[in-house]
Design a protein around this ligand. Sequence first.
Ligand code: 5AD
Ligand code: SF4
Length: 435
Amino acid sequence: MRAPQVFIETFGCQMNEYDTEVVRSILKARGYGFTDSADSADVVLLNTCAIREKAHNKVYGHLGLLKPLKEERGLVIGVLGCMAQNLKKDLLASDALIDVLVGPDSYRALPDLLEKAAAGRKGLAVDLSEYETYADIVPDRIEGVTAWIAVMRGCDNFCTFCVVPYTRGRERSRDLISVVREAEALAASGCKQVTLLGQNVNSYRDGVHDFADLLGAVADIRGIERVRFTSPHPKDFPDKLLEAAAGHPKICEHIHLPLQAGNDRILQLMNRTYTRAEYLALVARIRRRCPDIVLTTDIIAGFCSETEAEFAETYDLVEQVGYHSAYIFKYSERKNTIAARKFPDDVPDAVKAERVSRLVELQRGMSLNKNRALIGKTVEVLVEGDGKYADQWKARTDGNIVTVFPKTGHSIKPGSLVPVRITDATVTTLYAHPA
Ligand code: 5AD
Ligand code: SF4
């Protein structure tokens, strides 16, 4: 009999991309095959994100597109991930299209639920776990020169705007040795860069080791040329971690350091646990130790009760720090979060949008200047694959900036570390020639 074919579509963050690889591994072990379109699938799984309203809407849009396929040939449809966790029975009850709902800690239950669904019984598995890390599951990856490894899951911070502590549950870490084994296996298969993932990656601790130990251990693996990590929380950046990151040449000179807001009252309402001054002191400490570090960030504009003067402090801080790039979001109220329960979402949408566009404008100018300042310099890039055009390579600098250069030398291939000279720059991309 032909193996049932599964099509998985992934929304949201890198952790979801990783989880899709875990799900593929679980399903493969139970005899499922994979296809790259819903048209040829028996089962369609949407691995969803709940972080902002936009993410939700996107999933509803895709579900709508699946309706005719379901009616035509009884496709089994599953919703996985954060939205499944968050909406639980609501989603199953309100939407006749959905057969299976599985939250981020319950992927081991998926094969059984799919079998039941094929026999016409809907099902859900949305229990959160204090222990599930999928440490024993080897993700089914598309082989390449870069890979993600989830080293911790969940979040205990309860930033008041954020749904993650509810959809992904409490913090838990894998043993250092299980991460090292996974990275060694990746190195043996030709992978050159590993990104360590966690909702709060620098809270990693396995009872014996902390995150600095883990970073060092992965960077020591022969064959791994670059180690990245995302996302750290500014509250947890001891000198030991900075020393590990700065002292090891394979740990990339890029830190994504989510700011969220630059005003103390808003930071407190958000429960970020640091002040503006503390954040700036951390940036100064990082830059003293690593002067060439590339800093990027996340910002939320228009959080509950944010005044124009308070927003101006965020704007000022962004300008002061001079990030290389930033993700800038409109505040989007999420059901059941502390903010949704305690504070009215009272900044008008147009004001939120206008604040976002002012910040985006500021950031684009700074990104362009920073990229232009690299013109004429020679930097080492890791080749990831073809660029937009087949006669170009797409690569990244140590600081994670996308760099495109023409295919000239025959010895260059994906995974090569190549010195290139930067010849031109846009807001997002560097253009180069082999040096
Ligand atoms: N509204 C807008 N942005 C949010 N983020 C998290 N929750 C929300 C929300 N409710 C942003 C934060 C976080 C990033 C992953 O998403 O900036 O760092
Ligand atoms: Fe959400 Fe805050 Fe946890 Fe990040 S640290 S996942 S923003 S609660």
